[in-house]
Every structure is written in structure tokens, then in C-alpha cells.
Design a binder for this molecule. Structure first.
Ligand code: NAD
Ligand code: TDX
Length: 332
């Protein structure tokens, strides 16, 4: 049995990760989360208290981080400011959490010689043309576009430097767009699902030709567990499930699955600097670590996600009105 310190474990991916670890392994989990606007302890309800503990605090708090890192075997670092649109309005918390917070964690794992896994995004590579046959690989040069992706790129580079300069035992994963239960309603898919539930028309940025490479959150997390088990120290692994879809098609599919006409959505202001296309080549993870995704049918995964939001209104209702009010200010 190992003890895992999971930062950001009250957020979307981290809470699903904590649930998977407690359900499917013998490891114990401590979640460290500051409960920013994106954190929700309701996402951790029902976890076995003999193998799960929640600590409220920030990864920028060096003393707290040092104490917790010293007391665990592995740090799995999910905590971040994660929303591109927010980073365009106010980059400041992105600098603090994504860069300074990662620095504090790296210093602590260095002092205590602990294993560290760093969760990152494919957005660090910038974007691709729609007709480019290439996909991102572990050797694609970094070229981030937004304040969010620039801070994630910076945090990845800190990890690489701490591995090379100080021998920190770290691995990095860069994943594509996740969908599934417990994702904040500010994000594309849950925003549209909860809009339809509320009788609001879905909102498509610009023409909606932008492509995202969708992966179910449980597939992201099974890959993270595999990297923790078998990944080579110092290596980066790209995680993706061959799920490229343009935004317009995703909105149309949500509308169809929810019994609405496929044209019942609005075009709204585009995002500044909006990345055109992301696409992941996950061959290294598949061939070297033998990982494969379990969710191969996007429509079935999306239908199950819609059902989750229909059945869990109490989870998302408190954040919906404020989220939409923020979007309305930006004409989105
Ligand atoms: P999220 O916004 O849902 O959750 C982030 C969590 O971090 C929240 O619970 C929040 O309270 C917490 N947090 C924020 N600042 C903190 C701080 N200073 N100290 C402690 N906790 C803090 O984000 P998510 O979508 O679950 O993303 C998790 C990670 O995965 C991020 O590192 C993100 O960059 C990465 N990622 C996300 C996606 C995606 O599609 N959502 C894809 C690839 C990578
Ligand atoms: O209402 C919307 N309408 C719309 O067309 C919203 C919220 C988004 N969009 C578009 C913008 C993007 O092209 O949908 C796409 C997905 O948007 P987001 O959910 O904001 O995700 P994205 O910007 O692609 O970033 C996500 O994937 C990579 C996560 O939020 C990041 O944390 C992760 O690193």
C-alpha cells in the first residue's frame, strides 16, 4: 500500500482520480485542495475514511506542502487554475497556483526525495492547422498561446529542470480535453448540457470549427495510474484517445442526445487567441507502458455524462448562475 498526496483533488479530474484510487487499488489518498471557485467537496462524498483524508490548503503554502509531502510516498499534482477564459480576464492566480505552487511542490519533493507525477495539458504545444496530418508527440516544441497554457508550459519546464539539476524522481503527462462527471459548468461540454437543462441555448464560440481531442476522464486517470506504476523517471507521456471532434459537431450531438433540434444554439463572441486544433499521438504510452483507453464510443460516454448532470443537479446548481453571469459580461 502506498500513500498518495493528490493536489487539486476536489476538482474535476483529481476527484475522479481519488475515487478511482480508493475504489480500485489498496493505496491511501490525501487530497490537498484550496477549494477555489472550482473545488467542490461534494465530488469526494462517500469515500472510505480509512483510506481517504481531505486537507484544505494551498499548494503555495510552503510549510503545509513540506509537512504533507514528507508524510506521503507519492505526490500526484493536479491542482491548477484550469480555465483559458479566466486566464484571459485575470492571469494573476494562474501565475501563483500553476507556477509558484508547482515550484513549492518540487522543492518539497526534492527535500524529501519523493516520487512526483505532474499532470499537464496538450495545450503547451500550441495548436495545429485543421488539415495538418501531424499530431502532437513528446518531442513537439512548446508553443503555448494563452496565459493558462503558458503557465502550464512553465510548470512542465520547472519539473524538467528539477529532474535534471536536482535528480527529482518525476514524470510528466500531457493530456487532451477531458469529459465526464464532476466537471465545472464553465467548461464547454457541461456548460452546454446544463444550458439545455435550463432552457438556455448552447453557446458556440465563433464558427465552431475548432477541434478538440476528447478523452473520458477515467481513461486519463487509468493512464496516470499506469505511469505512476511503470513510467520511467524523467520521461513525458502524452495521453489521448483518438477523439478529435469539432465544437459544432459536439454541440449538435448534445442537442440530439437531449431531444432538441440540432440548430438550437447561438454563435457568440470567439475566444481571444483561440487555439484551432489539438490532436494527440499517444503511441509512446501505448507501446512502452501497454495502456489503452476503455471508452471508445464518444456518443455513449457523452450520453452517460448528460445523464450524470441530469441526476446530480444539486452538485452543479450552486455554480451555474454566477458562471453564466461572467460569460454574459464577455458576450459569450
Ligand atoms: P479544475 O479546475 O476542475 O480543478 C482544479 C482544482 O485545483 C480545484 O479543486 C481547485 O480548488 C484546486 N486548486 C486551485 N488552486 C489551488 C491551490 N493554489 N492550491 C490547492 N488547490 C488548488 O481542473 P481540472 O479540469 O480537474 O484539471 C486538473 C489538472 O489537469 C490541471 O492541472 C489541468 O491543467 C490538467 N488538465 C486538464 C484537462 C481538462 O480537459 N480539464 C486536460 C489536460 C490537463
Ligand atoms: O461556451 C463555450 N463555447 C465554446 O465554443 C465554451 C466554454 C467553450 N467553447 C469552445 C472553446 C474550445 O474550443 O469549446 C472548446 C473547449 O473549451 P474549454 O472547455 O474551455 O476547453 P479548452 O480551452 O479546450 O481547455 C480544456 O482542455 C485542456 C481544459 O479547460 C484545460 O484545462 C485543458 O488543459
Amino acid at each position: 500500500m502506498l500513500t498518495l498526496l493528490v493536489t487539486g483533488g476536489a476538482g474535476f479530474i483529481g476527484s475522479n482520480f481519488a475515487r478511482t484510487v480508493v475504489a480500485e487499488t489498496s493505496h491511501a489518498v490525501t487530497v490537498l485542495d484550496s477549494l477555489s471557485y472550482a473545488g467542490n467537496t461534494g465530488s469526494l462524498d462517500g469515500l472510505d475514511p480509512t483510506r481517504f483524508r481531505f486537507v484544505r490548503g494551498s499548494i503555495t503554502d510552503a510549510r503545509l506542502v513540506d509537512e504533507l509531502v514528507a508524510a506521503h510516498d507519492i505526490v500526484v499534482h493536479f491542482a491548477a487554475e484550469s480555465h483559458n477564459d479566466n486566464s484571459l480576464n485575470d492571469p494573476s492566480p494562474f501565475i501563483q497556483t500553476n507556477l509558484v505552487g508547482t515550484y513549492e511542490l518540487l522543492q518539497a519533493v526534492r527535500r524529501h526525495d519523493k516520487r512526483y507525477h505532474h499532470i499537464s495539458t496538450d495545450e503547451v504545444y500550441g495548436d495545429l492547422e485543421l488539415d495538418d496530418p501531424a499530431r502532437f508527440t513528446e518531442t513537439t516544441p512548446y508553443n503555448p498561446s494563452s496565459p493558462y497554457s503558458a503557465t502550464k508550459a512553465g510548470s512542465d519546464l520547472l519539473v524538467r529542470a528539477w529532474v535534471r539539476s536536482f535528480g527529482v524522481q518525476a514524470t510528466i503527462s500531457n493530456c487532451s480535453n477531458n469529459y465526464g462527471p464532476r466537471q465545472h459548468v464553465e467548461k464547454f461540454i457541461p456548460r452546454q448540457i446544463t444550458n439545455v437543462i435550463d432552457g438556455i441555448r448552447p453557446k458556440l464560440y465563433g464558427a465552431g470549427a475548432n477541434v478538440r481531442d476528447w478523452i473520458h476522464v477515467d481513461d486519463h486517470n487509468s493512464a496516470v495510474l499506469r505511469i505512476i506504476e511503470a513510467g520511467q523517471i524523467g520521461e513525458t507521456y502524452l495521453i489521448g484517445a483518438d477523439g478529435e471532434k469539432d465544437n459544432k459537431s459536439v454541440i449538435e450531438l448534445i442537442l440530439t442526445l437531449m431531444g432538441q433540434p440540432t440548430d438550437a444554439y447561438d454563435h457568440v463572441n470567439d475566444r481571444a487567441g483561440h487555439d484551432l486544433r489539438y490532436a494527440i499521438d499517444s503511441s509512446k504510452l501505448r507501446t512502452e507502458l501497454g495502456w489503452t483507453p476503455r471508452y471508445r464510443d464518444f456518443e455513449a460516454g457523452l450520453a452517460a455524462t448528460i445523464e450524470w448532470y441530469r441526476s446530480n443537479e444539486a452538485w452543479w446548481r450552486p455554480m451555474k448562475a454566477a458562471t453564466e453571469a461572467n460569460y454574459a459580461k464577455a458576450g459569450q
